[in-house]
Design a protein. Sequence first.
Length: 91
Amino acid sequence: MKIEIQSAEMKRQEDRSYIGRTVFTLENHKFPYEITFFSKRGTEWDYSLSFAGEPGSEEQFLETDALLENDDEIFNQLLDASLDTQEEQEE
């Protein structure tokens, strides 16, 4: 499935944890999604998925959530987009 990343960011908090987000669209999905990442140490990641703007189809949302759960390559692509911005901020 084709993914287009619209924006991404990652910030390191005072407690050294990470919080980031990536806004993306999926092929044949009408509305964009936002995935928010959280990690205490930058090794294991929790995430939350939501629509980036207007709410769209619940069926497509559940399909996207299942895709993220089952396809490490897609999840890592979205996480890497966010992490790449964090590295630029620290330089």
